[in-house]
Structure formats: structure tokens, C-alpha cells
Design a protein around this ligand. Structure first.
Ligand SMILES: NC(=O)C1=CN([C@@H]2O[C@H](COP(=O)(O)OP(=O)(O)OC[C@H]3O[C@@H](n4cnc5c(N)ncnc54)[C@H](OP(=O)(O)O)[C@@H]3O)[C@@H](O)[C@H]2O)C=CC1
Ligand SMILES: O=C1O[C@H](COP(=O)(O)O)[C@@H](O)[C@H](O)[C@H]1O
Length: 551
């Protein structure tokens, strides 16, 4: 797998090695002229739930180009541009944004949907519309619907195969017509292909783009490819995929996404850990007993059985989203905030993870999963997994990192739960109240709260568990928290190391040596998972429940 180690340098040199293909040269492009965003797999779940709503949010904020600006800023080796500052306008924090602010008009942008499903432009718009208006940042007033209507007029749909010339030629013609109609004399054309597709079709789609849809050199500009996770199915296939795409596009043209990295409270982790004196002395094996990183969904695969059954919950959520969060929780302080320095520290964490033991894994499959006609009757695919990871280094030796992810459970929630050790020589018998915990709630209702023991208010000297609570909706009223898809990042070294960790276990699942336990939809998952958690040392606080504060 190609390494990003010398990111900017590497990218520049691979540009020159590609000869004189002008579409590969990012060094002197003018960030003006038409911009075409092409969503491949536009008929799918990701496109309707996340990609189009994120584009709509950016459009509403008069910053549809942010997506591209962030990609550009990464290209320049700058820290990821967090350009929305929680308000309504792009602030142009990074140099690249700054230089572009005011130059790019949203009327230069056009969005193309592409997939095999035969639907019209309007049918695609109808599929998307509801999700635009439901999106978290929306106030859903009449202005909102008007905005949505205007946005949807920017969207055009083309149907075609992922490995056929005809569809991609049609797509190219449509993009080209848009470019010709929008371009000013010295404008360039930029084409951003977003692969909202299962990774199995990435190679053929990339080949088709390369053959038929590259930006036209006489107009200048660039062509870039954004790919989703999971990147491959294991270490070997990820390397093969990297090779296949790498033959077609330079590393500077390929962007791999993990949208969990874009979540507000994930972005906050570095600030929290390295800009606060509170945490610094406590964040280690001397004080922390266990760390859980949890993803729960209260719905099943919902028509995505075909994609999901091939991948399963470990490839869908744990190998990428949760492992990225783990890296940010466990890494040492980077030398600076540049992507290379952050990446180096994350890679060290991944390299320190010891091989997973079968007895520290519980897999589950919800009852009814196989009712989906696209799922084989004998599917061994887990829809739930709890996996204990152990990091062999000075800071974390002996501290279990429990990664848990499941579909069709009793709630929808993602959180990091840091449980501290008990107070030595406790004079209050605090054990009955439970241990201190620091919880970072990624979603829904972003919050950080610290569960701590206080005196029960009143005459008696008794203790109770309470919390210091920073609930974002309450603390940052009126501030819009950008959806994850408005910010993008990822790195190939991390990807490789993450596959190294999970590949042996995934192969044992694929070979049927590790089997999922059936669990009821709407439950907590298999009870064996809670037993594993208890065995790892986690102590649940009975009788305490965090309640989101009222506004
Ligand atoms: N759904 C989500 O919330 C998220 C998804 N992702 C990632 O996005 C990618 C797409 O996921 P998602 O949209 O959920 O999946 P879908 O199952 O909805 O697939 C997207 C589209 O791809 C096409 N497709 C599906 N299966 C195949 C196949 N076997 N061969 C060729 N084309 C196929 C279908 O379009 P058509 O038949 O019309 O061509 C479908 O509409 C995955 O890599 C996933 O990991 C990432 C983050 C979030
Ligand atoms: O990557 C994926 O993420 C979604 C959940 O994302 P969230 O931001 O809503 O938590 C998940 O439903 C999907 O299976 C997976 O592919």
C-alpha cells in the first residue's frame, strides 16, 4: 500500500512521475471556473442520508465549495481546514481557503448523481428532498424549502453501469456541457468524483472515470476521487485496491474518507487532551481502568443487506470509525497539528496493539437479519461485535480498550466512556456509588460529562453520584454543529495498520471459525458481550442515569 509518509513531497514527486498528464498536476491550478461534484451510487443510502444533505448544508451556508477547499488544504499539507466555525459562513481559516474566499460562486457548481437504478432527475430529487429538510442543521421553515428547491435544481441524474462505456460517456457529456456553459475565459474545470459505493466496484468505476470522464486539459483544473470506507476487505485486498487505483490516479488525486473523524466531538479530542491541564496527569494506566468506544444503532441494515453482508460490522464500523477514535484517545501528543505529525502518533498506537484473542471477542447477529432477500440464508456475518484491544506501551499497558458496535439495538448512540480506577483508601465507601467516569457523547446530543461522587445535599453525610456536564445544545445555543460529511480526512498508513489488527480475526469469521450469537432486535446485543465487558474490569454504576439537561 502506498505510504503517505512524506505526504506533500510524495505527492509532488508522484505528479512528475506521471508524465505530462495535466489533470494530475495540482501544483498550479486555478481554483476558479466550474466545479462538478459527481456522486456515484446516488441511489444509495449514504448518498441520500449523508452526502446530499451535507452538500445542501454547505450550499445553504454559501460555501458549497468547502468540501473542495478542505481537500485542497490537505493537498497543501496544511492542517485540516475547520472552516465553518460552528456558525454560518466559511471563515477561511487555512491559507488555501483564504486565497479562494470570494472567488468561487455557488453558481459555478453543479452536482451529478450517477447509479444503475433507472430514475429521472426528479425522482432522484424526490428521494433526497426529505433528507435535506430533516438534516440536523435545518430549521425547516419556508426559506428552507425554497433553498432545498434551488439546491435540487443543481442536481442532475444519469443512469448507467459501473463498468460500461455508455453511461460514463453520457456522464462526461453532461459534465462537459455544464463546464462550457459556466466557464469564463480563464476559468478551469474541476471534477470531484465521490464514490458512495461498495468498495468492490471502486476499480471498475475508477477505470471508467480515467477512460471517459477526466477533466478536459484545454480547460485546466483537476480531477479528484473521493472513496469511502471500508477500503478493501482485509490487508491484502486493501493493498490490491490501492495498487489498482494507484495505477490510474496519483496519490494527490485520491481522498479516503472516514466521516467519524469529522464529528465535532471527535475533532475536539485533541484539544481536550492536549490543551487542558486537567486531563494530562490522569490520562494513563495509573488512573484509568478501562475505555469503551461504543457505536449503537437502533435500526438494522434496511435494504443495505447486499453491501453489508459482504462486509459485516467489523469492517463497516470498527476497523475504521472506532479505531480512528481509539487512536485519538490513546495517542501521544503530536509534535504539531500538521496531518503528518498527527498521523505519525496514530500509527504508533496502531502498531502497539497486540493480536486480538478469540476469547476477547463476542459477535452477534440480530434475529431477522437473514430475512432480507439479499442476505444468504447461511450468512455468518456479524451485525454486532465487542472486541477488546490491548495497547502494549508505557501509557496503556493493562488498560482494556473495548470497542463495541451493533445494529438493531435498543438505542442509537456513539460515545467514549473512560472509567477511572477506584479511589485508594476510600473513607466514604464510594464503591456503592460507582467509579468516576468521563463520557464523551459523540451523538446524538453532543456532550461531555464527568460522573463524580458528591455529598448528597441535605443534613446527612452520605454520597451520591452526580455529574459535571457540558451539553453542547445547552452551552452553545444557536450554534450550528457541522455534519461530519462537511469535513474530510484519512491516511493510508493508518489504514494499513488498522487492517493488520483486524485481518486475522476477520479471516476466522469468514472461515466460519468464529460465529455470531443471535440477539433480539431492540436489545443490548448478546448478554455474552456484557459478560466480556465485566471480565475486562468494567463496573456499571447502578441507579445512575445521565439525563440531558433542559434548555
Ligand atoms: N450508509 C451510510 O450511512 C454510510 C455508508 N458508507 C459507505 O458508503 C458506501 C456505500 O454505502 P451505502 O450507500 O450505505 O450502500 P448501498 O447499499 O445503499 O449502496 C449504494 C449504491 O451502490 C449500488 N450498489 C449496491 N450494491 C452494489 C453492488 N454489489 N455492486 C454494484 N453496485 C452496488 C446501488 O446503486 P445502483 O444499484 O442504483 O447502481 C446502491 O444504491 C459503503 O462503502 C459504505 O461503507 C460510509 C458512511 C456512512
Ligand atoms: O459508515 C457507516 O456509518 C453509518 C452511521 O453513521 P452515523 O454518522 O450516522 O453514526 C452506518 O449506519 C453505516 O452502516 C456505516 O456504513
Amino acid at each position: 500500500m502506498e505510504s503517505n509518509r512524506s505526504s506533500t513531497e510524495g505527492r509532488r514527486s508522484s505528479v512528475s512521475s506521471e508524465g505530462d498528464d495535466p489533470s494530475l498536476d495540482n501544483t498550479n491550478v486555478s481554483e476558479t471556473g466550474s466545479l462538478s461534484i459527481i456522486v456515484l451510487g446516488a441511489s444509495g443510502d449514504l448518498a441520500k442520508k449523508k452526502t446530499f444533505p451535507a452538500l445542501f448544508n454547505l450550499y445553504q451556508q454559501e460555501c458549497l465549495t468547502t468540501l473542495v477547499l478542505i481537500i485542497t488544504s490537505l493537498d497543501e499539507g496544511a492542517a485540516p481546514c475547520i472552516s465553518l466555525e460552528g456558525t454560518t459562513r466559511c471563515r477561511g481559516f487555512c491559507g488555501v481557503c483564504k486565497s479562494l474566499m470570494g472567488f468561487l460562486q455557488s453558481n459555478e457548481v453543479h452536482i451529478f448523481g450517477y447509479a444503475r437504478t433507472k430514475i429521472s432527475d426528479d425522482e432522484l430529487r424526490d428521494r433526497i428532498r426529505g433528507h435535506l429538510l430533516q438534516s440536523k442543521n435545518s430549521s425547516s421553515g419556508s426559506g428552507e424549502s425554497e433553498d432545498a428547491a434551488k439546491f435540487l435544481q443543481l442536481v442532475k441524474y444519469i443512469s448507467g453501469a459501473y463498468d460500461g462505456e455508455e453511461g460514463f460517456r453520457l456522464l462526461d457529456t453532461a459534465i462537459y456541457e455544464h463546464e462550457v456553459s459556466k466557464n469564463t475565459q480563464d476559468g478551469s474545470s474541476r471534477r470531484l468524483f465521490y464514490l458512495a459505493l461498495p468498495p468492490s466496484v471502486y476499480p471498475s468505476v475508477c477505470r471508467m472515470i480515467k477512460l471517459f470522464c477526466m477533466n478536459k486539459s484545454d480547460l485546466g483544473g483537476w480531477t479528484r476521487i473521493v472513496v469511502e470506507k471500508p477500503f478493501g476487505k482485509d490487508l491484502k485486498s486493501a493493498e490490491a485496491l490501492s495498487g489498482q487505483i494507484g495505477e490510474l490516479f496519483g496519490e494527490e488525486q485520491i481522498y479516503r474518507i472516514d466521516h467519524y473523524l469529522g464529528k465535532e466531538l471527535v475533532q475536539n479530542l485533541l484539544v481536550l487532551r492536549f490543551a487542558n491541564r486537567f486531563f494530562y496527569p490522569l490520562w494513563n494506566r495509573d488512573n484509568i481502568d478501562s475505555i469503551q468506544i461504543v457505536f449503537r444503532e437502533d435500526f438494522g441494515t434496511e435494504g443495505r443487506g447486499g453491501y453489508f453482508d459482504e462486509y459485516g460490522i467489523i469492517r463497516d464500523i470498527i476497523q475504521n470509525h472506532l479505531i480512528q477514535v481509539l487512536c485519538l484517545v490513546a495517542m501521544e501528543k503530536p509534535v504539531s497539528l500538521t496531518p503528518e505529525h498527527i498521523r505519525d502518533e496514530k500509527v504508533k498506537v496502531l502498531q502497539s496493539v497486540v493480536p486480538i484473542k478469540d476469547e476477547e471477542v463476542v459477535l452477534g447477529q440480530y434475529e431477522g437479519y437473514k430475512d432480507d432477500p439479499t442476505v444468504p440464508n447461511d450468512s455468518n456475518t456479524p451485525t454486532f461485535a465487542t472486541v477488546v484491544l490491548r495497547i502494549h506501551n508505557e501509557r496503556w499497558e493493562g488498560v482494556p480498550f473495548v470497542l463495541k458496535a451493533g445494529k438493531a439495538l435498543n438505542s442509537r448512540k456513539a460515545e467514549i466512556r473512560v472509567q477511572f480506577k477506584e479511589v485508594p483508601g476510600d473513607i466514604f465507601k464510594c464503591k456503592k456509588q460507582g467509579r468516576n467516569e468521563f463520557v464523551i457523547r459523540l451523538q446524538p446530543s453532543e456532550a461531555m460529562y464527568m460522573k463524580l461522587t458528591v455529598k448528597q445535599p441535605g443534613l446527612e453525610m452520605s454520597t451520591t453520584q452526580s455529574e459535571l456536564d457540558l451539553s453542547y445544545q445547552q452551552r452553545y445555543q444557536g450554534v450550528q454543529i457541522p455534519e461530519a460529511y462537511e469535513r474530510l480526512i484519512l491516511d493510508t498508513d493508518e489504514l494499513k495498520e488498522a487492517w493488520e489488527i483486524f485481518t486475522p480475526m476477520l479471516h476466522r469469521i469468514d472461515d466460519g471459525k468464529l460465529k455470531p450469537i443471535l440477539y433480539k432486535q431492540g436489545s443490548r446485543g448478546p448478554v455474552e458481550a456484557d459478560e466480556l465487558l465485566a471480565k475486562a474490569g468494567y463496573m456499571q454504576t447502578h441507579g445512575y442515569k445521565w439525563v440531558q439537561p433542559n434548555l
